[in-house]
Design a protein around this ligand. Structure first.
Ligand SMILES: NC(=O)c1ccc[n+]([C@@H]2O[C@H](COP(=O)([O-])OP(=O)(O)OC[C@H]3O[C@@H](n4cnc5c(N)ncnc54)[C@H](OP(=O)(O)O)[C@@H]3O)[C@@H](O)[C@H]2O)c1
Length: 324
């Protein structure tokens, strides 16, 4: 089969397609015929530097999610030809992932879907919408009366969070570093666009003098302290992303660093369940949503697809189709 194998960390255009054997079946795992997959920041980090980490073993087929059909259900309750999505559980990191014609995935990371989305749209959903949905509704407990600030709004996760939040009736403020991307955020339903130019605090307080009620932090620890100063009493800040290239905080002193009466939480997409995936697809159907797709590439153009993501000009989910 054709697959994108990471042999060593490399630049986007050094990614190539290899011919490797179709994975061998084993109990508790199912074989998926991949129809399309979305790109993720974590694959970009794997390609760029994380592939050198002691806990990663190369060569590795990249890819933490996909949409496809069951090719071999093994000993599971799935049946051949069933439409599924698969995500996480070590895909593309501790075992070979989805940048391939076939991928072998543990049963617990494979989910049935009830949807009228096409394959490319479906491929844009699993990891990104699970992350956005979980951050908003599990961690931030978002409701219609909330004033939400999304930092890193033009990321695929940010755009889906804005879309999901607007369905609930919440007011949404969102940020980008680039003035020319205002339109991207407004098209998504953002009420107020803010520019990450070092004056976010002033911009928020000008629009909302008392602050906002919820913040989805996709830039991460790099802007977290400022975000915690921008929520009202009993407001919540959820750290989900690390776009600011900082994952940890040295000498974090919770008593002093978290303002009294402000809640700090996080979200990790490590534990998807069929119940949550069903909730997400019900929400998508109920509100007639379509994911914001940047561009669809063929597998042979994986280098260009990674380059688009790395350039930060995608403004939506980058998808690779196995049917092109
Ligand atoms: N917690 C979890 O389980 C989980 C799951 C999925 C993703 N994530 C994280 O969520 C974040 C978004 O992922 P994604 O795949 O949706 O990303 P993406 O689509 O590749 O994000 C691209 C956007 O990131 C912004 N950006 C890039 N570098 C930045 C920087 N240094 N400071 C501020 N903004 C920057 C750019 O916005 P502008 O140019 O418009 O400013 C660009 O439009 C990532 O950090 C990812 O690791 C976490």
């Amino acid at each position: 089969m054709k697959a994108v194998v990471l042999y060593k960390t490399c630049s986007p255009l050094e990614l190539t397609v290899s011919d490797i054997p179709i994975p061998e079946m084993k109990p508790g795992w199912v074989l998926i015929r991949v129809k399309a997959f979305g790109l993720n920041r974590s694959e970009l980090m794997m390609r760029e530097y994380e592939g050198n980490a002691s806990y990663i073993r190369l060569p590795r087929v990249l890819g933490i999610e996909c949409a496809g059909e069951i090719a071999d259900p093994s000993d599971s309750a799935f049946h051949e030809g069933q439409q599924v999505v698969a995500l996480m559980g070590g895909m593309g990191r501790s075992f070979d992932g989805s940048y391939a014609e076939y991928t072998l995935v543990p049963v617990k990371n494979v989910f049935t879907v009830d949807t009228d989305l096409n394959w490319n749209e479906l491929a844009a959903i699993p990891e990104t919408y699970f992350t956005a949905y979980g951050s908003l509704f599990q961690s931030l407990q978002l409701s219609s009366s909330d004033i939400l600030l999304v930092r890193g709004g033009t990321s695929a996760a940010g755009l889906s969070a804005i879309q999901l939040a607007r369905c609930t009736g919440a007011t949404v403020l969102a940020t980008t570093r680039k003035d020319y991307k205002r339109e991207v955020l407004l098209r998504q339903g953002t009420d107020n666009v803010l520019i990450e130019d070092g004056t976010i605090k002033e911009q928020v307080l000008e629009i909302r003098p008392d602050g906002v009620t919820k913040i989805l932090e996709l830039i991460g620890p790099a802007t977290l302290f400022e975000s915690m100063s921008l929520v009202k009493q009993h407001g919540i800040v959820c750290v989900t992303g690390i776009l600011g290239n900082q994952g940890t905080i040295a000498d974090f002193y919770p008593i002093k660093d978290i303002p009294s009466g402000v809640y700090l939480t996080g979200f990790s997409s490590n534990h998807p369940t069929q119940k949550l995936i069903d909730e997400i697809f019900n929400h998508i159907k109920r509100h007639n949503l379509r994911p914001t797709i940047s561009k669809v590439f063929a597998l042979s153009d994986i280098g260009q697809a990674h380059q688009l993501m790395e350039n930060n000009t995608a403004n939506g989910k980058v998808v690779v189709s196995l049917n092109l």
